[in-house]
Design a protein around this ligand. Structure first.
Ligand SMILES: NC(=O)c1ccc[n+]([C@@H]2O[C@H](COP(=O)([O-])OP(=O)(O)OC[C@H]3O[C@@H](n4cnc5c(N)ncnc54)[C@H](O)[C@@H]3O)[C@@H](O)[C@H]2O)c1
Length: 506
């Protein structure tokens, strides 16, 4: 600190000789002119006192005192400012060293894959600044997880910033249940859409933590922070065709991640939560009996995605059997709607049609129509809530040591019960968008897609009154309304542009 202090010692203060600035006080400026006189007085110390000279000297001394005290005041203010600045910098450095993820937004607790720098950066984009496991983090978790209605449930939702996860989170929160989300915001499709959904949830006081289901440390901390009554497990690598590009991602999230979640629920959570998780209609694979019933064969998956979901159903059986976890698997049938997934046909058809670009429609090897049991998101959400509400408690003890009895193990189809040909989907979109599609019709490649899906939902209807009520036209109308709003598209202008581009191409 000495080098900082020395230049500001009163005795060493240099007298300003430069031009006046608006901050100079008249007193100080006038004194500068008298300083030369003082030097002259000092050389005449032996002469008899001269009143006029004494007065001058007094005035000069008084001036010096004023000057020094004014300068001293300015100097100490500067000094105080610098010292505060230094202390703040030192404090920040200290915090950074002690807590490598100082502002980490609920980022994953495992530090293996992310540097402190990255965590800091990513946290700045996230709404909440606590470190996983810290007191403020636990407070945030509890705030979001605590139900606001009597006998409400508290649900940890994995994949909460995904399409289905967002809608389920909102529906649960709306009826007064507690919700905490977990999502790794991967870039399988545009992560900014996932961030927008996270923002939507945050606006409804729902916390979504950035983290991976494979991070067992983080899962343990979550179950430590709050005794969740349920887990709605939706995080997964979705999509059938992407497996050709990145097969390992399916194994990592849909098998490894599922085991990691079951492990934490069975062994870390106290009490063990009931688990409802997303399987898929794709497990029916090459099954040709229709409509698809839960009693049909599911041992001939046609894609790696389907195989990992089928593996998930087997793994669910194991954790139910050994640890007494209550597990319900839901086989969703082609879910669509607002905030949907850009990798799904209804979504990217819409984008291409509006851009005047051609779309590819598959027909079967026999030249038949490909059809899907398109299910509107609100119907699926009702099914998810029904499954959560009728899920029984797990029967295992904390730590996964023993179970006190058999636990519930269920699987349900959640579909619309009325398959629609993809060509019909396209004509509905054309009508809603006011644009004719450019269609390429080709034979479906054998890369995992199946020619049709059709759900029998009588089990879900019997057990939790599941009844889909939205037809494809009504559902797509809501989707298109959201789509044009979200992407800021003026439908009439887009239709005119697409029509012009069609004419040009002809
Ligand atoms: N949408 C459908 O038509 C459909 C059909 C059948 C089954 N499913 C299943 O339903 C579930 C939800 O589907 P969706 O359409 O909402 O998909 P989605 O991709 O929009 O949502 C999944 C979310 O999980 C997250 N995630 C993926 N891997 C993760 C990991 N390892 N750790 C943490 N988060 C991870 C993703 O970032 C994403 O936000 C998935 O399990 C999917 O397989 C969906």
């Amino acid at each position: 600190m000495l080098p900082v202090l020395l230049p500001f010692r009163a005795s060493s203060l240099p007298l300003r000789k430069g031009p006046r600035t608006p901050t100079d006080t008249p007193a100080v400026a006038g004194a500068v002119g008298e300083a030369t006189g003082a030097a002259g007085a000092a050389t005449n110390m032996g002469s008899p006192p001269d009143t006029s000279k004494t007065t001058k000297l007094d005035r000069y001394n008084s001036f010096l005192r004023r000057l020094n005290s004014a300068k001293l005041l300015a100097a100490s203010t500067k000094l105080l400012f610098r010292a505060t600045l230094l202390a703040a910098v030192a404090l920040i450095l200290l915090l950074t060293l002690h807590y490598p993820l100082p502002l980490s937004s609920f980022a994953s607790s495992s530090s293996s894959s992310s540097s402190p720098h990255r965590s800091l950066l990513s946290s700045l984009a996230s709404p909440s600044p606590s470190v996983a496991g810290s007191a403020s983090w636990v407070r945030e978790i509890r705030r979001s997880a605590t139900p606001r209605r009597p006998h409400g449930i508290s649900v940890l939702i994995t994949g909460a910033s995904g399409f289905v996860g967002t809608h389920c989170s909102l529906a649960l929160k709306k009826r007064g249940d507690g919700v905490v989300g977990l999502d790794n915001f991967n870039s399988y499709y545009d992560p900014s859409l996932k961030r927008s959904r996270q923002k939507l949830l945050s606006d409804h006081s729902i916390l979504v933590i950035a983290g991976d289901i494979n991070d067992s440390g983080l899962l343990a901390k979550l179950f430590d922070a709050y005794p969740f009554s349920h887990v709605l497990h939706l995080a997964a690598q979705a999509g059938v065709r992407y497996a050709a590009k990145n097969p390992q991602s399916y194994v990592t999230s849909n098998v490894g991640g599922l085991v990691s979640l079951f492990e934490a629920a069975a062994k870390s959570a106290d009490p063990q939560p009931a688990i409802v998780w997303a399987s898929s209609s794709s497990v029916y694979g090459l099954n040709s009996a229709s409509p698809f019933s839960e009693r049909h064969r599911t041992d001939r998956p046609a894609s790696l995605y389907a195989a990992t979901k089928k593996a998930g159903e087997a793994i669910a059986h194991t954790y139910n059997h050994i640890y007494g976890l209550s597990v319900t698997g839901l086989r969703f049938f082609t879910v669509y709607g607002p905030w949907g997934r850009p990798d799904m046909a209804y979504f990217f058809f819409t984008k291409s049609i509006l851009a005047g670009k051609p779309i590819t429609i598959f027909r079967t090897a026999q030249g038949g129509e490909v059809a899907r049991d398109f299910t509107y998101i609100d119907d699926v959400v009702k099914g998810c809530l029904g499954a959560l509400d009728t899920a029984e408690k797990s029967t295992g003890t904390a730590g996964g040591r023993k179970k006190t009895g058999a636990a519930q193990l269920r699987v349900y189809n959640l579909g619309n019960t009325s398959p629609v040909p993809v060509t019909k989907l396209v004509s509905i979109l054309e009508a809603l968008l006011g644009v004719k599609a450019k269609k390429n019709i080709v034979t479906m490649p054998s890369n995992g897609d199946v020619p049709f899906t059709h759900a029998n939902v009588s089990l879900a209807a019997a057990d939790f009154a599941y009844r889909p009520t939205t037809d494809l036209t009504s559902g797509l109308r809501k989707f298109v309304k959201w789509y044009v709003q979200y992407y800021g598209i003026k439908l009439k202008a887009a239709a005119a542009a697409a029509a012009a581009s069609r004419k040009e191409a002809m």
